[in-house]
Design a protein around this ligand. Structure first.
Ligand SMILES: [Zn+2]
Length: 279
């Protein structure tokens, strides 16, 4: 069930900066930096697919009163369709692109897909990276300070604290991954490209442009996984991923459910590193 913008929660409480974000991890960053002076809601409820999500009319009520909207800013269909509408609905709302200043990388090519490469397509999952999260934290800090200069020192101190936690997490993940010889991991949905680039891992994608792979493609993946000795496959609950289970069974491996949209951002990336390292 979706409660986020449902009837019990239609109104903002008074006296705090009202911020809406597209996804839960961005709401986490805003909460960490804004502390008690902000109120944050994410548009996409837990478990929904951000590639296909459409906002509800009820969400418009809250958006019409929000002071800031934080978008991922990497051309997700949802944002492409809605952010311009939101901007015209609420002209006083500051639109913040969380991916400002982040170097975009191309989508991981489908591992066995020789005839339709997704060449030139940008990987939109920028938040799945410790380094990018640091950039996002700074962008959010800067915008909150501009919007509410009275609490500037609080936002700055909170941002320093979040950056410290992200820095510690980065060191921890490097330690977790350091002993790895085999640096490939399988994932149903290609949401770990920035994380893979950051830690010199090889993300192998099972899904084929949003669809389950064909039987022939599946067979290829299984053979490759056996040859490489890969035992871990990431799935996330937003996507139907029966093929991941089939592969896991065939290779005697395990399916690990990792939500790249989880609000518990720090623990989630740590868990991903551990899963890749087989811990
Ligand atoms: Zn995605």
């Amino acid at each position: 069930m979706i409660f986020l913008f449902g009837a019990p929660n239609l109104l903002w409480s008074a006296g705090r900066i009202k911020v809406v974000t597209t996804i839960q991890p961005l709401a986490f960053f805003v909460e960490q930096i804004g502390g008690p002076y902000v109120q944050v809601e994410a548009m996409i409820p837990p478990g929904a697919n951000p590639h296909t999500y459409e906002s509800t009319p009820g969400q418009m009520v809250k958006l019409s009163q929000a002071q800031m909207y934080v978008e991922i800013g990497t051309a997700f269909a949802f944002e492409k369709n809605w952010v311009p509408k939101l901007a015209s609905l609420n002209k006083n709302m500051r639109i913040v692109n969380a991916s400002d200043g982040i170097s975009l990388i191309p989508m991981t090519e489908h591992h066995h897909d020789n005839d339709h490469h997704e060449q030139g397509e940008v990987d939109p999952h920028t938040w799945v990276s410790v380094g990018n999260a640091m950039m996002m934290a700074r962008t959010i800090e800067k915008n909150l300070c501009e919007l509410d200069p009275g609490h500037e020192s609080v936002y700055q101190a909170n941002a320093v604290n979040l950056l410290k936690q992200l820095g510690d997490l980065d060191k921890e993940i490097q330690q977790i991954l350091a002993p790895l010889q085999q640096r490939a991991f399988y994932t149903y949905h290609p949401s770990w490209g920035y994380f893979a680039a950051e830690y010199h891992l090889d993300q192998v994608v099972i899904e084929n442009q949003g669809k389950e792979p064909t039987a022939r493609e599946l067979q290829h993946v299984i053979e490759e996984a056996k040859a490489k000795g890969i035992k871990t496959i990431f799935v996330s609950p937003e996507f139907n991923s029966k093929s991941a289970l089939v592969i896991a069974k065939e290779i005697g491996g395990q399916v690990v459910s990792i939500e790249h949209l989880n609000k518990d951002f720090l623990n989630n990336l740590r868990d991903a590193a551990k899963a890749i390292a087989g811990q």
